[in-house]
Design a protein around this ligand. Structure first.
Ligand SMILES: [Fe+2]
Length: 499
């Protein structure tokens, strides 16, 4: 492996291990090692093993929580860790154009939280799941984000997002943090979700933010054009200050699943973690808010059956019907995110297709592909995103139905025509999925492509990035890039194909 730039050591030098203390049965032995030490940053050329398809040319990015101890504070929730970004460049000038070498960089985001805490030499800010004595909030109102949820290219940079905060601009190759992005007019206090919707065809961007005021909760919808100009900023009153993580965008509509996961703002202001201040209140009902995606004006509030959706698969239109495909659970999942005892309960999810008549403001039907597995991090072929895909890919937990610590260890393809799982790659025992998959379209063949998938093996202290044939997951990887350090499991990813 060749050095491209210098490699720095972890700032905190954390080597102690939180250990595993909890469950009756442990289906993910040694998982705790992945959260024990913050990985060294690096930027290297690494030989690609196997045969990389000629169309796999571009950059895969993923981001997630990478540092779980700051000063003397150890974070107890998966959402707490400081954002770590992974960049993999294949078949492009930053690596080697013949695809035989990949350039791999991994670097922490240096936002306000990280910069302030590095300067102070200790943890200063409360996080989603961890409160401590004298912890601080951003302007006394919200979390100072660890910037650890999602990443995508924008205006020649990368944008790295945390929950309900402005994103940070990064260099797309070195991943260095360049500054906070306010889109020209947003104040630092403006809440923005970590699930922006970037239109790959037009270059436009849509997003939303929740205002958790107990007396006047709101959802604000934003739309930016391809030049980065904010063209829509429309605020809507909510009945309750609910947590909304994701949304769907179809040709004409923006859809928000307002499930009753309610924030007690007074409790949060008085010292509770955000997780402890959130309560699942199904008695309040669930509504889908439908907006005109071009103007942001309200079209309908549609009563829905009880359920909780962390991630939509996609929203699309079938004639006058708005269709929302989602991964639905009975209740929120964040109670299963304790580190390192993840997913201890026996839980499953369903893949659900809702049909909604926006003009009438009512739900027309619910079709469920009942599964026994917990699925998350759905991705689709970007060529059909927003227009209805026959199938999508997701991370899955094979031991979902059994109590005991476990983690994502399968990549599945769910097919609506087949009525469920149509293909899957099962990780070997002791290997787990290291982040959301990226889909690389094959420009020569519609609906064909490749999957980029990081995996980690905590018992062996190593990570690698796998390339799979998207149509033959079960056949296993066709190429791989071994990483110089083990990275903890990351959250969302983006593949940007080379022009
Ligand atoms: Fe997410």
């Amino acid at each position: 492996m060749n050095e491209v730039t210098s490699e720095t050591s972890a700032e905190d030098g954390l080597q102690d291990d939180p250990g595993f203390t909890g469950c009756v049965t442990d289906w993910a032995p040694e998982l705790e090692h992945a959260f024990a030490a913050s990985p060294a940053e690096g930027d290297r050329l690494i030989a690609v093993e196997g045969e990389l398809p000629s169309f796999v040319r571009g950059s895969y990015y993923a981001i997630g929580p990478g540092r779980f101890t700051v000063g003397g504070v150890r974070y107890g929730h998966w959402l707490d860790g400081d954002g770590l970004v992974l960049g993999l460049h294949l078949g492009v000038a930053e690596a080697s154009v013949d695809g035989r070498q990949a350039r791999v960089a991994h670097r922490f985001v240096r936002g306000t939280k990280q910069a302030d805490e590095a300067a102070a030499g200790k943890a200063l800010y409360r996080t989603f799941g961890t409160a401590f004595a004298d912890d601080q909030l951003r302007r006394g109102l919200g979390l100072e984000s660890p910037t650890n949820v999602s990443v995508h290219p924008w205006q020649g940079h990368l944008l790295a997002y945390g929950e309900q905060a402005l994103p940070w601009r990064l260099d797309p190759v070195t991943l260095e943090t360049l500054g906070e992005e306010n889109f020209g007019r947003l104040s630092p206090a403006s809440p923005l979700s970590a699930h922006p919707w970037l239109d790959r065809l037009t270059g436009g961007l849509a997003n939303f933010g929740i205002g958790f005021s107990p007396s006047r909760p709101t959802l604000t919808y934003y739309r930016l054009d391809a030049q980065g100009e904010m063209v829509v900023r429309q605020r809507h009153a909510l009945d309750h200050p609910v947590s909304v993580h994701d949304f769907g965008l179809s040709e004409r509509y923006a859809a928000f699943d307002l499930a009753p996961y309610v924030l007690d703002f007074a409790s949060f202001r008085s010292g509770a973690s955000l997780f402890d201040a959130l309560t699942w209140m199904p008695e309040l009902g669930r509504t889908v808010l439908v907006l005109d995606c071009e103007t942001g004006s309200e079209i309908a509030r549609v009563p829905m059956p009880s359920g909780y959706c962390l991630h939509l698969v996609e929203a699309w239109e079938d004639g006058q019907t708005l269709v929302i495909d989602m991964i639905e659970m009975e209740e929120p999942i964040y109670d299963q995110y304790s580190v390192p005892e993840l997913f201890p309960a026996a839980r499953s999810s369903s893949v659900v297709r809702y049909r909604i008549d926006p003009a009438a403001g009512r739900m027309l039907g619910r079709e469920a592909l009942d599964g026994e597995q917990m699925l998350d991090f759905p991705i689709s072929d970007p060529r059909c995103a927003g227009r209805g895909c026959d199938s999508f890919f997701a991370s899955a937990i094979s031991r979902s139905g059994q109590p005991g610590r476990k983690f994502f260890d399968r990549l599945v393809r769910v097919d609506w025509q087949a009525g469920g799982e149509a293909d899957a790659w099962q990780a070997p025992t002791g290997t787990y999925l290291g982040g959301e998959a990226g889909f690389v379209p094959d420009p020569q063949q519609a609906s064909e492509g490749a999957i980029v998938l990081p995996v980690f093996e905590p018992g062996a202290n190593r990570s690698q990035i796998l390339i799979l044939d998207a149509s033959r997951l079960a056949a296993g990887p066709i190429a791989r890039v071994p990483l110089p350090v083990m990275l903890p499991p990351l959250f969302h990813a983006w593949f940007e194909a080379a022009p």
